[in-house]
Ligand binder design. Structure first.
Ligand code: ASP
Length: 401
């Protein structure tokens, strides 16, 4: 009997949780399982830079005229801003109602120290232009790679048919990178197992229990965001929720287990194209969204701000909460798609509204769990955006089954 890759990954998730609980109970070090997950993450990271670069060049070149590319870019930016604003508002609202910070005592929480050094917003925006594209690629600087790739794609398309072998080269290279993604996915079940065993084994019940309410509130906010924002958008694209979930399961599992949107990027691109998203739109929006569209991180910023404010007895007035929405939108743009990036960026929000940065020490103990949830949403938001904008552009190509 052949078990599908998705089922294998789901089983790996379950086995990883059980194995993690077992080893934390009997006292086996989770470090033994770490290499299994690390191999997976390295394999996937190996794909990201060439995949983003070639798909974006090919995507921008395929769009052809600059005005259409401009239209797609504007729709994408509107989508990113509106959904992220909703995300942080939902986070604030749910946390205001459920009050995750009440009843938590300092002695109950893990006292982690973490050095925070958020980049300034100006430096995030000024750093977008690469002075050396090769260095941007070597450093894996996504925003710079995106900037260069889009301009190169526009240049390639303006060369016209005489030079279209350049276009074909990028097209074929991008196809090859997607093929390589499928090959790496054969290892995914073992990777997911390793990641989950390590995470669950490291965070035994002792660490999780005191902050269970915060985890629960984050989960509720994420769930509401999926139901209220993503579900109607998926339906609008003409796809059933069932089909969407079927196609997205492996991407969701990679995001959840690795806590890195960058790790889920290649699989996400493959999934949305299988669901029928337009090639130019998805090759533009998935890499771009991966870096600048982070709904899960925005929810997290909303929820944790209320959590920390309640904990420290700070009154977050309505205008302060509006400020949180604004800063969280900007901060989520600057957050990289790697594990733990959000906890550094949240210090930007805390500083603006006067929440002591010690609050980060409270959250850091369970941050990995929150990170798994927010990364899943970050990736789902990119997929939904690519589908909705493809539909708005009248460019859906549903796969016939
Ligand atoms: N880990 C998240 C991601 O990769 C970013 C974050 O920490 O908020 O999407």
């Amino acid at each position: 009997m052949k078990i599908s890759l998705t089922t294998q990954m789901l089983l790996a998730l379950l086995l990883g949780c059980l194995c993690g609980l077992f080893i934390s109970y009997v006292g086996i070090s989770p470090d033994y399982f770490k290499p299994l997950g690390d191999i997976f993450i390295s394999l996937i990271k190996m794909l990201v830079v060439p995949l983003v670069f070639t798909t974006l060049v090919a995507g921008a070149a395929a769009v052809g005229d600059v005005s259409r590319l401009g239209k797609i870019a504007i729709k994408s930016l509107i989508y990113y801003t509106v959904t992220t604003a909703f995300a942080v508002s939902i986070g604030l609202l749910v946390a205001n109602i459920l009050q995750p910070g009440s009843g938590v005592e300092i002695s109950q929480t893990t006292q982690n120290t973490i050095s925070v050094n958020p980049p300034s917003l100006l430096s995030v925006f000024m750093g977008i232009i690469p002075t050396n594209p090769a260095k941007a690629m070597a450093d894996g600087n996504m925003l710079q790679i995106i900037f260069f790739a889009i301009f190169l794609g526009i240049a390639v398309s303006s060369l016209g048919t005489k030079h279209n072998h350049v276009h074909q080269f990028f097209d074929s290279f991008a196809e090859a990178m997607l093929k390589l993604t499928s090959m790496v996915m054969y290892y995914a079940p073992i990777g997911v197992f390793g990641l989950l065993t390590f995470t669950v084994g490291t965070y035994g019940a002792d660490v999780l229990l005191p902050l269970l309410k915060l985890i629960f509130v984050m989960f509720v906010a994420c769930f509401i965001h999926v139901v209220v924002i993503y579900t109607p958008l998926v339906r609008y694209s003409g796809i059933t929720i069932r089909k969407f979930l079927n196609e997205m399961t492996s991407t969701i599992l990679i995001a959840f287990s690795s806590a890195s949107s960058a790790a889920a990027l290649s699989s996400n691109l493959q999934s949305v194209q299988k669901l029928g998203a337009s090639k130019p739109v998805s090759s533009f929006m998935i890499p771009l969204g991966n870096t600048i569209n982070m709904d899960g991180t925005a929810i997290y910023m909303g929820v944790c701000s209320i959590f920390a404010a309640t904990f420290f007895g700070i009154d977050l007035t309505f205008d302060k909460q509006l400020l949180i929405i604004l800063i969280a939108i900007l901060a989520s743009v600057g957050t990289m798609g790697v594990p733990g990036a959000g906890v550094i960026m949240i210090s930007m929000v805390f500083t603006q509204v006067g929440i002591p940065l010690e609050a980060i020490a409270l959250i850091a103990g369970i941050d990995r769990i929150l990170d798994m949830m927010r990364t899943t949403l970050n990736v789902l938001g990119d997929a939904t955006g690519a589908l909705a904008v493809s539909k708005a552009e009248n460019d859906m190509h549903p796969i016939q089954e």
